[in-house]
Every structure is written in structure tokens, then in C-alpha cells.
Ligand binder design. Structure first.
Ligand code: AMP
Ligand code: DBH
Length: 543
């Protein structure tokens, strides 16, 4: 059985192969290519544990054998939600080896998101932290305890921390040789920020994802000396592949796991392990810049990458002096296209632009509302296609018909302009989404959940500007007079919605402004939201 997905047309696939982008290698190649002496190098530092490439290979093979012994087969799917620990990669590579296709949910995702993903993929396996008891209870009902793998306390023996929820130990018997993965098929599902009310899944193939990783490594000039701090959530496309942990593995470097991106957690890790690279979202960069003067040896840092949300030039400018390293801006999307400022770009480009596409075969169009190219330098909507940009969301035909044109270009919903040198400047967005410090909130998703509250007759969620986070979320709500924000927050939490999606501000109104065609006028609400102050500042974006 294989996972259905929208393939690239044959002529494109042929071209991408002929140009050497798609090599026909499985994604596990990023670790398996290190054999002999090279396999002795340190792949992961996680707490007090050190995993060599040889360990990563052996342990993921053992875990793959345990999955097969449990009856998992190629074409099955898995739902995984793990914290930033080495085991995340062990599970990921083990699943790739068996041809089991995972959704790697963020650790901030709750019951609501996991249920939505499970509904779409009908997982044959769920992997969770044993500590997440409410999720464990729910998922035990969904897949059965014998298909629910739980991660407990770290164990020296690498996979000793795992056990099946029914109490069985991991099977040791290899149920036959590894099946050979079809590299042109789906390796895993990446997550979309979404803007339509239902979390969307992005099928990524071995061929396309491995190319994006290899090309990222090339552009960033990574080699075995790289020590990369994985401080944002490990499954995020940025931290996984731009060049992220997979890029560092490919280059033979070391990934240092951080539980969260705060200076309190990260600065001691940077000093202790002589970290050279880090990837951050803009709010975290601001916090790092503030904390950098207060001690902590950051002298090993060579490059800090910033992406996920727009970085203001005023903050970008301070990086070299405050952190003593170079800045790289990264404008990417889980759907594919990734733009980088190059390490040898002039300072103006690095500070003021979000970089340019990484592949010579990334095609971009900047179009006005009527679908015509805008004049050079003007703002328009970004459309793209290329060797690692997907051709369709999973099981979402109606939505795909709206966001792809007849030539296979994907509409990112970002408003951009073209700067000198082919660099893009992100100027805004044309999708119903809030970008809260790199964490994307689908407005409709929150609106639908709010509208399910008996006291609420209508809700509209929009972004409001915020000095630290870039944006926070503001919900305009028509509700019965005594309704309190705390009650609505409790209600959303009760439905298992991720915390970062809870509106930062509630504004109760008697009416919502409408456009000429009778839709809620979000532009007017965004203007009104600019004058609201957030109630509480929980969290600092992705992490
Ligand atoms: P997702 O679809 O959830 O992977 O989110 C991708 C979106 O994040 C992009 O379409 C942009 O809206 C936003 N994004 C990512 N990186 C940047 C950046 N460097 N500057 C501005 N927006 C960004
Ligand atoms: O925000 C993103 O999705 C993102 C940011 C930077 C991304 O997917 C990426 C780099 O690959």
C-alpha cells in the first residue's frame, strides 16, 4: 500500500532527476551515508547522552524491527508527538525505514490538533510521551494500547525509554529485512499553518525533501564541524530541514538538543558544547539580544538563522555586535519553497530582505489580484513551484483547486516585493492567519471553536501588532452580556486547542463590520485591533 499524493507532472520529474536534484535515495541516507570512521562522530547531544551516527543507525534499525514485529507495514501512517529529545529522530528514521508515514505534531499541539490529524491519516501507530496522560488515555482508545508507543525517562540504552502502552517491551525479532522505500513516494507529512479551519497535511517525498536538505547544506556551507542548537520544535520544517537537524546529519555535524529556546536553557548549552549554529524565530532573537550582555560565553556562535515570521531590520542590525556572529534570514514554508540570505551577501541585503530561493529551479511569480505580474519592486502575492514544492495537500481537493493554478503554481498567501539581486521582502499576508512569533494560527479554526460556545453567536479572530511577538491574536466576539474572556479561554482549552492559539485579547461587540458582499470585514477589525492592548503575554512564540 502507498500513500496517495499529487505527483509532479512527468516532464518536471524527469527534469528534476536529470539535473541531479532527485537522486532516488531515501531520506535515511542523511544518517546512513556515514559509515566506518565517520559513523563514530557525534550525531546528537541530548542532556548527558551522546549518540554517534553508528548509534543513530543501530537504534533506529532496532526500533524499525520492533515496529515491524508489531505488525506495522509500508503505507501505514503514524501520529507522533514528542518533545525535543534524541528519540524524536530515532522514531523518525525508524518509521522511514519501515515505510510508515508519520505526521510529526508539535509538542504544543493538544488533543484538538491530534484528533484532527488522526481523523485524516487514521494512524496505525501513535507515539507520545508517557507523561502526557490525557493524550495517552485518548489515543489508547483511538489505536489500541498495543499500537501506542510511550516514551518514558531517558535511558542509556537509547531506546530503553520506550514501551508499548499495554506494558509489552519492544520486540527484538527482526520481522524480515527492511523494505526498500520508494524514494519518489511520500516519506512523511509536514504540517501547514492553515487558514481554512482544518489543519492541512503536506505530503513530502524522499526525493523532494532530501534535495531541499542537501541544497540547504550547500548554501549554508555546513560540514562535520557544525554544532547546531535545536531549540525550536524539532518537527518544524525550519529546524528539521533548513538546513536543520537533517542538514547537520547529512554534513556529519552534531545536533545539540535544547528543551526550549530561552537564553536560560540555551546559553549554557552554547558555552558547554561550543555551538556554532542556531535557528530562531524573531521574538526569541530579541530575547537573546537582550540577554547576551549578561554573561554566558557565546563566542563559538558563527551563524544565527532567523525565520518563521518577519524580522524587523532594526533588530536584524544588532545581531553581529550583540551576538558576535552572522545573521541569515530564512523565509520558508512547510509546503516547500525556502529562501535564504546568503552568508556572503552585503549587509543591506541580510538586514532588509528575507533572501532568495535556494534552487535554480524554484520558479516564483509575484501577482496582483487579477493574476497579472506586478511591476518590479511592487507588492503582490507570491506563487511558486519547483523541485521541492508540493503539488497538493493531502485529501483536500476543493482547497487544492483554490490554491494551485493550472500550471501547478502554489499560492503561498504571502505578500512580497522583489528587491535587488532577486531577493524577496515579505510585506504582509493575504491569508486568514495570525503569525504569532512564527507560530501560525488559523483564524477560522479558532472562530469555529468559539462559535460552538452556547453564549457566542459570532466570532472573528484577527492579528494585532505586538512589539515582541510581531503579532498576537485578538478575537472580536458577539456574546451574551455576562460572558467573560476567562470562560471562553477555558472553553477553548477544554476542547484541547493548543495554548498558543488561545486569543490574547477578547473584545466583546454588538455587531461585526461587513464588506460589500456581506463577509466579515477583517481589514476594519485589524485596524480596530491595533488600538487594543494584549491582556496577558503568555509564551514567546514557537518553542
Ligand atoms: P507554514 O505554512 O506553517 O510552514 O508557514 C509558512 C509561512 O510562514 C510563510 O508562508 C510565511 O507566511 C511565514 N514565514 C516564514 N518565514 C518567514 C520570514 N522569514 N519572514 C516572514 N514570514 C515568514
Ligand atoms: O515558517 C516556516 O514554515 C519556515 C520558516 C523557515 C519554514 O518552513 C522553513 C524555514 O523551512
Amino acid at each position: 500500500m502507498t500513500i496517495p499524493f499529487t505527483p509532479w507532472p512527468a516532464a518536471f520529474a524527469e527534469r528534476y532527476r536529470a539535473k541531479g536534484y532527485w537522486t532516488g535515495d531515501p531520506l535515511t541516507d542523511v544518517i546512513d551515508r556515514h559509515q566506518g570512521v565517520a559513523a563514530e562522530a557525534t550525531a546528537i547531544l541530548c542532556g548527558e547522552r551522546r549518540l554517534r551516527y553508528a548509534d543513530l543507525q543501530t537504534l533506529s534499525l532496532r526500533l524499525a524491527a520492533a515496529f515491524r514485529a508489531q505488525g506495522l507495514r509500508p503505507g501505514d501512517t503514524a501520529l507522533v508527538r514528542l518533545p525535543n529529545r534524541a528519540e524524536f529522530y530515532l522514531v523518525f528514521f525508524a518509521l522511514l525505514r519501515c515505510g510508515v508515514v508519520p505526521v510529526n505534531a508539535l509538542n504544543s499541539h493538544g488533543v484538538y490538533e491530534l484528533t484532527a490529524y488522526a481523523r485524516q491519516i487514521e494512524p496505525a501507530l501513535v507515539v507520545l510521551s508517557a507523561a502526557d496522560s490525557s493524550l495517552v488515555a485518548l489515543m489508547a482508545q483511538t489505536v489500541g494500547a498495543e499500537r501506542l508507543l510511550l516514551l518514558g525517562a531517558p535511558s542509556d540504552d537509547g531506546i530503553g525509554g520506550f514501551a508499548w502502552a499495554d506494558g509489552d517491551a519492544l520486540g527484538e525479532d527482526a520481522a524480515g529485512p527492511d523494505p526498500v522505500a520508494d524514494p519518489s513516494g511520500v516519506a512523511f507529512f509536514q504540517l501547514s499553518g492553515g487558514s481554512t479551519g482544518t489543519p492541512k497535511l503536506i505530503p513530502r517525498t524522499h526525493d523532494d525533501y532530501l534535495y531541499s536538505v542537501r541544497r540547504s547544506v550547500e548554501i549554508c556551507g555546513l560540514d562535520g564541524s557544525c554544532r547546531f542548537l535545536c531549540a525550536l520544535p524539532a518537527p518544524h520544517n525550519f529546524t528539521l530541514s533548513s538546513p536543520g537537524a537533517l542538514g547537520v546529519f547529512h554534513a556529519g555535524g552534531t545536533v545539540v538538543m535544547a528543551g526550549d529556546p530561552s537564553p536560560a536553557t540555551c546559553f549554557p548549552l552554547i558555552a558547554r558544547h561550543r555551538v556554532t549554529w542556531a535557528a530562531l524565530v524573531p521574538p526569541m532573537l530579541s530575547v537573546w539580544l537582550e540577554a547576551a550582555g549578561g554573561g554566558g560565553d557565546l563566542s563559538s556562535l558563527e551563524v544565527v538563522q532567523v525565520g518563521g515570521a518577519k524580522l524587523s531590520p532594526a533588530i536584524a542590525e544588532r545581531v553581529p555586535e550583540r551576538l558576535g556572529c552572522r545573521l541569515q534570514q530564512v523565509f520558508g514554508m512547510a509546503e516547500g519553497l525556502v529562501n535564504y540570505t546568503r552568508l556572503d551577501d552585503d549587509p543591506w541585503t541580510v538586514v532588509n530582505t528575507q533572501g532568495r530561493p535556494m534552487s535554480p529551479d524554484d520558479e516564483i511569480r509575484i501577482l496582483d489580484a487579477a493574476g497579472h505580474p506586478v511591476p518590479p519592486g511592487a507588492v503582490g502575492e507570491l506563487w511558486t513551484r519547483g523541485p521541492y514544492t508540493f503539488r497538493g495537500y493531502y485529501k483536500a481537493d476543493a482547497h487544492n483547486a483554490r490554491v494551485f493554478d493550472a500550471e501547478g503554481f502554489y499560492c503561498s498567501g504571502d505578500l512580497v516585493s522583489l528587491a535587488p539581486g532577486g531577493n524577496l521582502v515579505v510585506c504582509g499576508r493575504n491569508k486568514d492567519q495570525i503569525n504569532r512569533g512564527g507560530e501560525k494560527i488559523d483564524a477560522q479554526e479558532v472562530e469555529d471553536l468559539l462559535a460552538a460556545h452556547p453564549a457566542v453567536s459570532h466570532a472573528a479572530v484577527v492579528a494585532m501588532p505586538d512589539a515582541l511577538m510581531g503579532e498576537r491574536s485578538c478575537a472580536f466576539v458577539i456574546a451574551t452580556p455576562s460572558t467573560k474572556p476567562s470562560e471562553l479561554r477555558r472553553f477553548l482549552r477544554g476542547q484541547g486547542l493548543a495554548d498558543f492559539k488561545l486569543p490574547d485579547r477578547f473584545v466583546f461587540v454588538s455587531d461585526l463590520p461587513k464588506t460589500a458582499v456581506g463577509k466579515v470585514d477583517k481589514q476594519t477589525l485589524r485596524e480596530r485591533a491595533k488600538h487594543q492592548s494584549p491582556l496577558s503575554p503568555p509564551g514567546r512564540g514557537l518553542g
